[in-house]
Ligand binder design. Sequence first.
Ligand code: ZN
Length: 496
Amino acid sequence: MTETLLITGARVLTPDAEDAPFRDLLIEGGRIKAVLPPGEGPANVPHYDASDRLVIPGLVNGHTHGHGGLAKGAGDKWDLALLLANAPWVSGGRGLEEKKLSTQLAAVEMLKKGCTAAYDLPFEFPVPTVEGLDAMADAYAEVGLRALIAPMVADLTFFQATPGLTEALPPELRAKVEAMKAAPGEQTIAAIDAAARHWRHGAKGITLGCAPTIPLHGTDEFLKACRKLAEQHGMKMQTHVAEARYQAAGGEIRYGTTLLDHMDKLGLVGPWFSVAHGTWLTPEDLETMAKRGAGLSHNAGANMRLASGIAPARAAIRAGVTVGIGTDGSSSSDNQNMFESMRLAAFASRLWEEATDEDWLGTAETVRLATQGSAKLMGIEAGSIEAGKLADLVFLDLGHINWAPLNNAANQLVWTEDGSAVAEVMVNGQWKLRGGKVLGVDEKALAARANAAAEKLLAINAEARAFCDTLSPHVACYCRSLAGGFRRVRRLLPAH
Ligand SMILES: [Zn+2]
């Protein structure tokens, strides 16, 4: 990691993302050593000619699920409740090989689309395993991304978690869902603890976190145990909070307060913590998050895909919450394209009723959220091209149709670019993608393995899928009526 390289001839995005002047970049030891006016770099180091390139910081995915890699395109008209009800077949039946493969698929897609780091919440049934988490970390390391792998865990099933749902089911279905059980909390905590004790991926930029998946899906004891464990190991935490309106309604029934407020009372909300989605957070929730130093991953694409609503990103920024941008997993987005996530986040901000242009997310601001914002959620020194930052860089081909002509870098990054102009990617000062190809990965062989795995999983999960099909209309009907019970009290936009 001591190699030195001088990148010349490129346009380089400024840290505020407002401009892209010609600059030379001196890379040393995996970091950006200096950002220099053209021609001012040392002559006695290897040069790399990046003429016709726009160099941007690698995009950082604030929220995804590696296990979604094998599930892209698995469904159409499902909302979050239906996705959770169908999880047994969408994400089920995975062996160690499929766990690694799914993560590889997600990682390759992210890299090809200009993303260099991901906050990944993977799922293993019934409990996380050291081998499973190692396999996922190896998948990221082989592709070359940084990752924060925070296993997604719960000690209650979706049916136990959703107040009144089981009782609303016909008797024969009720009996079956009552027989479903999540793994005991102690077993899950012990599994993550074991993984943390044996973690061997830190040097490759891959760290371990802890993600109690959804507050309603954990008993208070379990949520507190997750916090205790994360504190012991200095781990980051992320939770899907108020992603869907039915959950916000369920929180009021179960806790008599908001989901975020309940988590705060249990001690989970702090600088180590970020909310995924936060679609139905209240202004009071945002104030609490700002006070505690907590963050938010804004995943507008998944929120639209699952009909969850629009997250109050502008209100969160105004409150002082660190906001990043994420794709969410491919079972709910169904791609890993951070350019698209930026575009949809900026679009969504324009859909608030009564919003004015001061409430909209601007393009340079959106780029900063998807780089510096998400990097802060992950706790990595990346997200801008400045001396001292990690050399995680994406090179866009300015000869590509997306950049003909180059009118404004930030506007085109958000409004025009779709990942297809990504020509080279460097992570930690090392090339991971050249000529549009991921180095060290045979993509054709990977695709063949993915298709074989999908066929195998279809057969393994057929019975679970048939049961979910029977269950789905009841879940949809109940959760939609439950959602109607939640009303935000205070306005999320200032009155004009
Ligand atoms: Zn998610």
